[in-house]
Design a binder for this molecule. Structure first.
Ligand code: 5IU
Length: 272
């Protein structure tokens, strides 16, 4: 039996969310026919913006690691926000918070990066317990931001499996869906959820059409495996797109992944 969420259109699922970022993301996905998030893991603001301008029309979301950017500034963040409005995508800072509530609320709001001021979506490890959600939501909810919990990871040998993954689900359910909108996971980790009426978004890194992995434990699956076979909602692609040589080639590769991801989604909608 396919999970009920995988039989609904992204557009119709927007109505099942009260969180403004979740709603906006699902509406963008429907409008742009894109379940593609590009992960832009490059180290200068000029490179990030260049890649975003190229892939922006093909994506529903851009994922950043602001702490790898040598010349990060809030002016850069302003420009990224401007592009997110012009090209219609959501910004996801892949911060992977992992500390106690008080500390993460400071890390989210303050410091050099002031993540909450420009990033629509971020994520956290459930490891420290529910205080991490409370701490982040005290900053994020007033700004209309959203959070994903890391229920699983794509890398070889990771410890987010079995009971840990089930406990991540339970923590999200107990926190409610005002701020937590879904999970980083490799499959529909909400399949055992008693309350299947809850619509969680599953976003999945470790996606590639060519490579099967890298030398540091990353493992890749195709958009079709991720969206059709595993029922995930958003594919997250990094080096498979921005690592291609040539400006036009990067744009074309993003479009290729958009089409692959969207066709897999259309195919899954046809199942009963
Ligand atoms: N990322 C993963 N796996 C995970 C999580 C995050 O790869 O389990 I959570 C991030 C790391 C990188 C991007 O920023 O997603 C994937 O990049 P590549 O497509 O270049 O491997």
């Amino acid at each position: 039996m396919p999970h009920p969420a995988t039989l609904k259109t992204y557009g119709s699922r927007a109505e099942l969310h009260s969180n403004p970022t979740a709603k906006r993301l699902l509406e963008i996905m429907q409008r742009k026919k894109s379940n593609l998030c590009v992960s832009v893991d490059v180290t200068t603001t000029a490179e990030v913006l260049e890649i975003v301008r190229r892939v922006g029309p093909s994506v529903c979301m851009v994922k950043t690691h602001c702490d790898v950017i040598d010349d990060f500034s809030l002016a850069f963040a302003d420009e990224l926000v401007r592009l997110s409005k012009e090209l219609d995508f959501v910004i996801f800072e892949d911060r992977k918070f992992a500390d106690i509530g008080n500390t993460v609320s400071l890390q989210y709001s303050s410091g050099t990066h002031r993540i909450a001021s420009w990033s629509d979506l971020t994520n956290a490890h459930p490891l420290p317990g529910p205080g991490i959600i409370s701490g982040l939501s005290s900053v994020g909810v007033p700004l209309g931001r959203a959070l994903l919990l890391l229920a699983e990871m794509s890398s070889k040998g990771n410890l987010a499996t079995g009971q840990y993954t089930r406990d991540a689900m339970r923590m999200a359910r107990e926190a409610g869906r005002e701020f937590v909108i879904g999970f980083i996971a490799m499959r529909r980790v909400d399949e055992d959820d008693a309350a299947k009426a809850d619509d969680w978004l599953i976003m999945t890194p470790g996606v590639g059409l060519v490579a099967k992995g890298d030398k540091l434990g990353q493992q890749y699956r195709t958009p079709r495996e991720v969206v059709l076979e595993s029922g995930c909602d958003v594919i997250i692609v990094g080096r498979g797109i921005y690592g291609i040589q040539g400006e036009e080639a990067v744009r074309a590769e993003a479009e290729r992944y958009r089409v692959e991801g969207w066709e897999a989604y259309e195919e899954r909608l046809k199942r009963t």
